[in-house]
Design a binder for this molecule. Structure first.
Ligand SMILES: [Zn+2]
Length: 351
């Protein structure tokens, strides 16, 4: 093991790691969901740290606008599936670990299977629908969930530890009972994103994932980190202080897994012979079409036509036609792939 000892020497000098900790990392298994900016940075750090098995799931392909901050990709990767391009790079970084890329949409059908043997679930997603699904899986399987999100120069991160142990925390759904309504939150595609903000969130997440894999839950902060790099603000809120009665939580309090059951997920259905997909958000969603029009106008022509918003937008690799209804339903033309349509919906409309 001279090679391994040498390779990880600087990290093994830390008393929290040591030889035993490094062994634990080598046996560790992590699920990274989403390999955009956050996922790239997390995967790179965890691969270099020697985490033995890294499963990466992503539904998108590499586009020119990704290269500003998605550090595993180079120009030669444009058009490739992100999961596969990321795996190629990570194997070149560390050939001593296993990288398992999966180019797929994470849905209520496959989420549990993807997380079945993971010691920790790391969030690299860009939408709340998937986050709530991951939270369900985390609570159901008892696997910690490392949440993170970045928009513009702002970032958030928190690690949710399910179960009743001494270091358990409330879950994501305790803090945020329902996903925000479709179209109500800005996305990286509409509000932009500052590369360094991504790195801070990803570094916090990778650190927490290492703490979990090292079996050092005692080192987790139990807080939600929030910061704004351009605004020069930073604070930590104790998760326990954000939540009143945990027994009121539908997920960890009452054991209902609404998102895994599929009832609250956005549905996508290809419209036969039309090169279009209809995406239906969760029940009760409403979209403020006027505000959405303002945000989408940076991507191409948009117009309110009667009760509908119609837009012809640049989706990175190609253009899409969007027809959005006041209830948040959207018909996305330019693809007949439901996963691609859900991705466009998540990035441009939100949730
Ligand atoms: Zn909860």
């Amino acid at each position: 093991m001279d090679h391994a000892t040498g390779r990880y020497h600087r990290q093994m000098l830390l008393p929290e790691v040591g030889e035993l900790g490094q062994d634990r990392l080598a046996r560790g298994r992590v699920l990274i969901v989403g390999c955009g900016a956050l996922g790239c940075a997390q995967a790179d750090m965890l691969a270099r740290a020697g985490v033995g098995h890294i499963r990466i799931v992503d539904r998108d392909v590499v586009e020119p606008t990704n290269l500003q901050r998605q550090t595993l990709y180079a120009e030669a990767d444009l058009g490739k599936a992100k999961a596969l391009a990321a795996a190629e790079r990570l194997r070149a970084v560390n050939s001593g670990i296993t990288i398992e890329p999966i180019a797929a949409d994470v849905t209520s059908e496959n989420a549990r299977e993807l997380a079945r043997d993971a010691g920790v679930i790391v969030d690299g997603t860009d939408n709340f629908e998937t986050r709530f699904l991951l939270n369900d899986v985390s609570v159901m399987l008892g696997v910690p969930y490392v949440y993170g999100g970045v928009i513009a120069s702002r970032g958030m991160a928190a690690t949710f530890v399910p179960g009743g142990g001494p270091h358990a925390t409330p879950c994501l759904r305790c803090v945020l009972p329902e996903p925000p309504p479709a179209g109500s939150v800005p996305t990286c595609d509409t509000a932009g994103v500052l590369g360094p903000a991504v790195m801070i969130v990803a570094a916090q997440q990778a650190t927490d994932a290492l703490k979990v894999l090292l079996g050092r839950h005692d080192l987790l902060s139990g807080t939600l980190l929030e910061f704004d790099l351009f605004g020069n603000t930073r604070r930590r809120l104790r998760l326990a202080d954000l939540v009143g009665d945990r027994s009121a939580c539908r997920c960890c309090g009452q054991g209902r897994f609404d998102f895994l059951d599929g009832g609250l997920a956005a549905a996508a259905q290809a419209l036969c012979g039309r090169n279009a997909v209809q995406v239906t958000p969760p029940p009760g969603a409403r979209v403020e079409l006027g505000a959405l029009r303002e945000r989408l106008s940076a991507h191409g022509p948009c117009a309110l036509v009667g009760p509908l918003l119609k837009a012809d937008v640049d989706g990175g690799a190609k253009r899409y036609g969007l027809t959005i209804f006041p209830d948040g339903r959207a018909i996305i033309s330019g693809t007949d792939d439901p996963a691609e349509a859900r991705s466009v919906y998540a990035r441009l409309i939100g949730v």
